[in-house]
Design a protein around this ligand. Structure first.
Ligand SMILES: Cc1cc2nc3c(=O)[nH]c(=O)nc-3n(C[C@H](O)[C@H](O)[C@H](O)COP(=O)(O)OP(=O)(O)OC[C@H]3O[C@@H](n4cnc5c(N)ncnc54)[C@H](O)[C@@H]3O)c2cc1C
Length: 437
């Protein structure tokens, strides 16, 4: 069977569903193909879904600040209310401890430029905000078998605080909301279908994408194909033959996130902000029900677990990483009761060489990509659909996005975001080398 559409989106994660919504809203016929069972069932389902603005470049800060406004008015952004339920943005604020890795001064300069409000908390205000927390500065982070792990310190932390950060309370539902809205504009979703080939025409100089082939033999014809395959996106780029034309590559990285009981006084209900503790190499995100999600921030002492085959990795947390994470927590929060066994998950980031996403065209005309999301782009999903739409619009109108990068006008700030900052051909962003971006 062969069908024809204006665009095929590969992947129905939170970003793929957003791309589908914006392309369908622009009047295109769109089909989304996903090998999984539903929208958001890929890496989106594992997301910690923190919405924050602490990135190291102006375009990334502007992007996150603009996208946050879309989460604030979710029904307005979707243009409809999903009867299955709507996600909520939960404002917690964010506390970023002032350590060398956190680059607080650079973030402050960027926030001043964009107009993001913040304050600097001294030790007394931090004690009030984080009761029972040990505010010693232990940088650099250490493994627990390092004899220096237990060293005492007489240095104390300060922190950068913003009141606007928070989280989205159900990442998978966010993808389903976007898919629901996209369907209202005619987008089709085909689940349990795997793309096995990116089809191109080979008529002399007319070398361009013409659609995709699915396992089972069906084909879908389209002049535009967008790779939003999450941790599988580097495989799809290779399948399309475009990986060699990229100066920035991307590959899957295994990550573990633990769920632990929050000590009294440090719960979401107590007003605990999300905490970026690069001093010890991890972050804490409170959630309803008196628990925290705890993840790592790629401290230099920690081994990164790169994965060759995104279909073959251990989805269960390891005792080894659990112990490191819990001991670090116990160092920071002496009252913390270390659980007996790991509760949590392991999932994959799709990490770009410089931890900045790739939102771009490719060297194959008609083949676009939203990939390399580096564990930090859930928050930007609503605006990324619009980025990709604008890049496709520009290319179809005859503008070469490589030569003349699209400038996206942010509604909240009336500032231009240079989409060339997310090019596959950019120079490596030197200020970003971890999930913090
Ligand atoms: C543990 C973890 C914590 C995170 N925490 C945060 C956070 O706090 N804040 C934040 O902003 N971001 C966070 N992120 C990052 C964010 O969740 C991701 O960037 C985002 O969810 C990626 O969405 P996506 O749509 O690109 O990919 P995915 O959700 O992975 O979707 C890709 C889809 O493509 C499909 N697919 C792949 N190959 C094929 C094929 N050949 N044929 C058909 N279908 C295919 C898959 O089945 C999948 O459904 C986190 C990520 C992880 C893993």
């Amino acid at each position: 069977m062969t069908d024809s559409f204006d665009a095929v989106v590969i992947g129905a994660g939170v970003i793929g569903a957003s791309v589908a919504l914006e392309l369908a809203r622009s009047g295109r016929s769109v089909v989304v193909v996903d090998k999984g069972p539903s929208a958001g069932s890929g890496s989106t389902s594992a997301s910690v879904s923190i919405v924050r603005f602490s990135y190291s470049t102006l375009d990334s800060v502007l992007t996150a600040w603009e996208a946050a406004a879309m989460w604030h008015d979710w029904a307005g952004h979707l243009g409809i209310v999903d009867p299955a339920g709507m996600v909520r943005f939960v404002r917690t604020g964010m506390c970023i401890f002032n350590t060398p890795d956190a680059n607080i001064e650079r973030i402050r300069r960027l926030w001043d430029d964009v107009g993001i409000p913040y304050s600097i908390a001294d030790i007394d205000s931090l004690r009030a905000l984080l009761p029972g927390v040990d505010l010693g500065a232990y940088f650099p982070p250490k493994r627990i078998d390092d004899p220096a792990f237990a060293d005492e310190t007489d240095r104390e932390l300060t922190a950068l605080i913003d009141e606007e950060s928070g989280f989205v309370d159900d990442p998978m539902l966010a993808a389903c909301n976007l898919a629901f809205a996209a369907r209202q504009h005619g987008a089709q979703f085909r689940f349990h279908h795997q793309v096995v080939s990116i089809d191109r025409s080979h008529n002399g100089s007319e070398n361009c994408v013409v659609g995709v082939s699915l396992a089972g033999g069906d084909r879908i014809k389209a002049p535009v194909v967008i790779n939003v395959g999450g941790p599988h996106s580097s495989l799809l780029n290779k399948m399309a033959g475009v990986a060699d034309g990229m100066r920035i590559g991307n590959r899957p990285l295994r990550q573990e996130v633990f769920t632990v009981s929050a000590p009294a006084g440090l719960r979401l209900e107590d007003g605990l902000p999300a905490v970026a503790d690069l001093d010890l190499g991890q972050y804490i995100r409170p959630q309803a029900g008196g628990t925290w999600l705890v993840g790592g921030t790629e401290a230099q002492c920690d081994v990164l677990h790169w994965v060759d085959d995104p279909d073959d990795f251990d989805e269960y947390p390891t005792v080894e990483q659990f112990e490191v994470s819990m001991m670090r927590l116990a160092r920071r929060v002496p009252e913390f009761g270390v659980p007996h066994r790991p509760v949590g998950l392991a999932a994959l980031y799709d990490v770009a060489d410089d931890w900045v996403p790739i939102y771009d065209k490719s060297d194959l005309p008609g083949f676009f990509m939203a990939c390399g999301t580096s564990g930090n782009q859930f928050k930007n999903a609503p605006i990324v659909g619009q980025f990709i739409r604008d890049i496709i619009d520009a290319e179809q109108a005859g503008t070469d996005h490589d030569e003349q990068p699209v400038q996206f006008l942010g509604k909240r700030t009336a500032r231009l975001i240079n989409l060339g900052a997310f090019s596959r051909r950019r120079d490596k962003t030197e200020t970003s080398g971890t999930v913090m971006g």
